[in-house]
Design a protein around this ligand. Structure first.
Ligand code: GLV
Ligand code: MG
Length: 317
């Protein structure tokens, strides 16, 4: 966890719009994905491939993770998307996002294609990661195999809009609770994705929220997946970026407390601290499981570049 690159906010940028591509470079998102799929009209896709290659090679993305979303394998576009983008800008690209992944075979097909393109272009084999988007009922029932389908997998992403269509959900407000439904209909889906991602040791990312002017509603939906353990969420509009960066990082208080637990537990288990497996930190009893929980929070805080404001002093004898 401590070595993870932060993906709290993942900004969607249509590849067909050079002005948006340029603007995205300066925005404070942890990650960008340049889209060749659903935000790009079919007639605009060939031009978008070229815009994306140019924008990646131009640089200026800072330390953002740079991803391109290609079209899914049921279309006629996928192979050309991958060949053109990775062949043209592989050195300046971190990962390919594969939408509507149905099964492990689709990930393996992309893996093999990437290997060939990397070899043909003198890139290190395995350089380009894969982000697998789960957006159909079939993808969800296969998510465990998908997560383990390739060493290139870096994230499992929830695609709520396509998913809601796939399961015939009777709502048009993506990711929002249906007013007539008392529970949280998305909990099961989010948890399945989270379990697969965690079992495989990769990041779990929540998808878009389409009501882009309603930041409080975005925050409400984002808090739900952040609370479960998701690492980040898509942002469709610059106005959603700060909210995502804040919600998917620990609060300062939680981060400070996590670092304090790590120090206190290390001291308690040491020779000088009395080789104790459980100890008191203020009014809280901590043990090895507390350390593991604290490592998660501290890992997320460190990845987000947070500064610690707490310090540990060993108790007087
Ligand atoms: C994203 O691709 C979605 O379908 O929600
Ligand atoms: Mg989708």
């Amino acid at each position: 966890m401590a070595e993870l690159r932060s993906r709290r906010s993942n900004l969607a940028v249509p590849g067909s719009n050079p002005r948006f591509l340029e603007k995205a470079k300066g925005l404070p998102a942890d990650q960008v994905f340049l889209d060749l799929e659903d935000a790009c009209a079919p007639l605009a896709k060939p031009g978008a491939r070229k815009n994306i290659v140019a924008a990646l090679n131009e640089g200026g993305w800072g330390d953002k993770i740079r991803t391109v979303r290609v079209n899914d394998w049921t279309t006629e576009w996928t192979f050309q998307d991958v060949i053109e983008v990775v062949g043209g800008a592989g050195a300046n690209l971190d990962a390919i996002m594969l939408p509507k992944v149905q099964d492990a075979g689709q990930v393996q097909a992309l893996d093999m294609l990437l290997t060939q393109i990397e070899k043909a272009n003198g890139l290190e084999v395995g350089k380009i990661g894969i982000e697998a988007q789960i957006e159909t009922a079939r993808g969800l029932i296969n998510v465990n195999q998908i997560a383990f389908a390739s060493p290139r997998i870096e994230t499992i992403i929830y695609g709520p809009a396509d998913f809601m269509a796939s399961i015939n959900m009777k709502s048009l407000v993506v990711g929002a609770l249906h007013p007539d439904y008392p529970g949280d209909p998305f909990h099961y889906i989010l948890m399945q994705i989270l379990m697969a991602a965690r079992a495989r040791g990769v990041q779990a990312i929540d998808g878009p929220f389409l009501q882009v002017r309603d930041v409080p509603a975005f925050e409400e939906v984002a808090k739900r997946s952040a609370m479960l353990g998701f690492d980040g969420k898509w942002v469709l509009h610059p106005g959603q970026i700060d909210a995502a960066n804040e919600i998917y990082a620990p609060s300062q208080e939680d981060y400070d407390h996590a670092e304090l637990i790590l120090d206190a537990y290390e001291w308690a288990t040491s020779e000088a601290g009395g080789k104790k497996g459980s100890a008191m930190l203020g009014d809280e009893m901590i043990d090895e499981a507390s350390r593991k929980m604290a490592l998660v929070i501290a890992g997320k805080g460190r990845a987000a570049g947070m500064d610690r404001t707490s310090s540990f002093t060993p108790p007087e004898e």
